[in-house]
Ligand binder design. Structure first.
Ligand SMILES: C[S@@+](CC[C@H](N)C(=O)[O-])C[C@H]1O[C@@H](n2cnc3c(N)ncnc32)[C@H](O)[C@@H]1O
Length: 278
């Protein structure tokens, strides 16, 4: 993919995922909802069982969700992954083997034929994409009539526990840093009403709904800091800023240790689901 055809956010994402492939599944894979599942399961559960469905994972990263879908539904489901990052796709190819079609392209220009996919899923990626209206129009184009689109995105309830400490520590660092940082989350996708408006009847969808969920995990403070270093925020800091944020964060989470010395953290997410009109 030609780097000069990409936006500054896309170039940042390419660089980040080159050095941190699999960062998202490393954090969200072990994070649990109160019912005991995880956020990937919620999307995998939408793929019809026991038929020849075609599923597209839009911005599939290292293929964690596609692997989960293959495990749940067996080999009859045809799986396709698409991602901007060739490095994430290389990790996906290692994880998934030759049976999964992997497309190195932008979600704004999906090359699949019209009406060729039964289910489009996307985990923690839609809010990062430029021009969500174009992405959603492309999803509508590739879905078969009656097909389902579901995306889990950042949003919903505020982070708590160790993650709230991280947000506060980052806030202190950013206030003292005298420069602009990239803002990656698109306002349309971060707004409940904003995204629902793009999944309405006028856009050719029906039954649009949004559900809020929370996923949590508990870790020793040092491991939690390692995980925070896999966020898009920390890589924008200078080494000195990373070090002061790390010290500030580790001081703050000390008070949150439980009896086993672990610190819990929770993140709020939203799942948007809609059906292409038949
Ligand atoms: C936070 S990661 C999520 C990866 C994976 N879905 C997961 O949850 O494990 C975001 C992914 O979106 C991809 N991405 C961001 N913008 C994209 C775009 N416009 N088109 C295709 N992929 C994109 C990135 O390359 C990255 O792999």
């Amino acid at each position: 993919m030609a780097a000069d055809a990409l936006s500054p956010n896309e170039r940042f994402l390419l660089d980040f995922h080159r050095s941190h492939p699999g960062a998202t599944s490393e954090f969200f894979g072990p994070a649990r909802t109160p019912e005991g599942g995880d956020s990937y399961d919620r999307l995998a559960a939408l793929v019809p069982e026991g038929d020849d469905a075609v599923v597209l994972d839009l911005a599939c990263g290292d293929g964690y969700l596609l692997e989960r879908i293959g495990q749940r539904r067996g080999s009859r489901v045809r799986r396709i992954g698409l991602d901007l990052s060739a490095d994430e796709l290389a990790a996906a190819a290692r994880r998934l083997g030759p049976d999964v079609l992997l497309l190195n392209e932008r979600a704004q220009a999906i090359s699949l034929p019209p009406a060729s996919v039964d289910v489009v899923v996307s985990h923690m990626a839609l809010m990062l994409m430029d021009d969500p209206a174009t992405v959603i129009a492309g999803i509508h184009r590739v879905l078969r009539p009656g097909g389902v689109f579901s995306a889990i995105v950042d949003g919903g309830s505020a982070p708590s526990g160790g993650l709230a400490c991280f947000v506060a520590s980052m806030g202190r660092t950013l206030r003292t840093a005298d420069r602009a940082f990239l803002s990656l989350n698109h306002p349309i996708v971060m707004s409940r009403e904003g995204l629902l408006a793009h999944l309405g009847e006028a856009a050719g969808f029906s039954e649009a709904r949004v559900e809020e969920l929370v996923v949590s995990r508990r870790e020793p403070p040092a491991r939690l800091w390692e995980l925070m270093c896999l966020t898009y925020d920390v890589v924008q800091l200078s080494p000195a800023e990373v070090e002061s944020t790390r010290r500030d964060f580790l001081d703050a989470v000390e008070a949150l240790r439980d009896a086993e010395g672990l610190v819990g953290c929770s993140v709020g997410l939203r799942q948007f689901t809609a059906r292409k009109q038949a």
